[in-house]
Design a protein around this ligand. Sequence first.
Ligand SMILES: *[C@@H]1O[C@H](CO)[C@@H](O)[C@H](O)[C@H]1NC(C)=O
Ligand SMILES: *[C@@H]1O[C@H](CO)[C@@H](O)[C@H](O)[C@H]1NC(C)=O
Ligand SMILES: *[C@@H]1O[C@H](CO)[C@@H](O)[C@H](O)[C@H]1NC(C)=O
Length: 401
Amino acid sequence: MISAILLILASTVLSTPAPGRKTMAPSAHHSNPVGAAYFMTNDPSGNYIVSATIAGDGNLALYEAIYAGGVGASGVMANPGIDPLFSQGSVKVSESRGFVAAVNAGSNSVAVFRIDHANPGRLSMIGSPVSSGGDFPQSLAINKEGSRVCVVNGGKTNGVSCFKYDDKKGLIPLKNTIRSLGLNQTTPPSGPANTPSHVIFSPNEQQLIVSVKMPPSGFLAMWDISSDGALSTKSHSFVGGALPFSLLNVPGKDAIIATDPSVGYQIFDFKSKSVSATAIPGQGAICWSVFSQKTDNFYLVDVGASIISEVHLGRSLNGTIVKQYSLGVDQPLDTDIAALQHNEYIYSLAANVTGITALAVNGQGRAQIHQRLELAGPAKEAGLPLHRGNLQGMATYVRKW
Ligand SMILES: *[C@@H]1O[C@H](CO)[C@@H](O)[C@H](O)[C@H]1NC(C)=O
Ligand SMILES: *[C@@H]1O[C@H](CO)[C@@H](O)[C@H](O)[C@H]1NC(C)=O
Ligand SMILES: *[C@@H]1O[C@H](CO)[C@@H](O)[C@H](O)[C@H]1NC(C)=O
């Protein structure tokens, strides 16, 4: 009798979610996920990281939402709508060390979460959120080893700062890494022009690179990184394009492909020190981008036209449009790509319809819409404040087998 009561008690304790955790769509949970996708509510009442597990066939199922220890925020826009952080990389994953990092844009902080290897939908915060070293953090970069995290801030005090990642303590500020961008901004910033968008490491991780949208002369700000992680006191600029947004290193080349919602994309060629713009006909606002190992192509995400353009870069960095995929009313924002055992899948935050669009990559020119996951209903049921105008971020984790 007593043991039965204890058993009931124990199982009640086990099934009660910890504070700051909200189970989502429990009847649809995967029994054997191979990975997960993460985005955030970026809500001013409290920022939550939402996880959706990925099954072996690329399908998503919502898992839970975990409090990120801060609040979201929104930049000031002429036409308030979607994409309040004007950035790529507000949520990032380290696959090598198994953690998620996310910005709390309204609390000027960065939080990190351990990924449960057995169930990648399950996150636990490591330590406490740390100061982002400035105002309105927008984007994060993690090095390949997962030992360092850098953030770019775009508010009144704007610029970058970096941290050491520790499995037990979380993020520890690195000395001599708070560096200014010198933008004349407010908190929250007015945008999207005159704000940074994306921070990345160069392929050899000896430079930290930030895109700054500043029409007519956008630029990349670049700091040298020394072996202890410190950043050079001064940055150099590589001017090009009006609104350089997301940045991807072009594999095997000393070049970056930058989306630019004023035209299509720009190639920053470090070898020839030149920038060339390519217009994508009919583009609305190409902001986000991912690279596919499977097809060797770039997928450029256009929120304005609601189209993903698959682009191939030739040997001389000349680009050709392989195919364009219309996403209907989805208006994709933040996007990541996950390589599963048999295929790759692209996951885009469809904020305006409070959903996620999944595409199966399949092969060159053969991507297809695979799934549309609805968020508003499950969020309401879970008691999670979630608004289409605030949602941001997308990052995936795939278990290595
Ligand atoms: C979002 O959806 C609404 C309708 O729900 C529509 O009026 C609006 O144009 C869409 N796009 C943006 C950017 O808000
Ligand atoms: C900064 O921007 C404000 C508002 O646009 C402007 O009034 C001010 O003159 C600017 N300051 C500098 C130093 O450019
Ligand atoms: C441009 O790229 C295509 C393939 O992507 C290639 O066939 C063509 O020769 C390239 N042109 C130049 C000038 O390199």
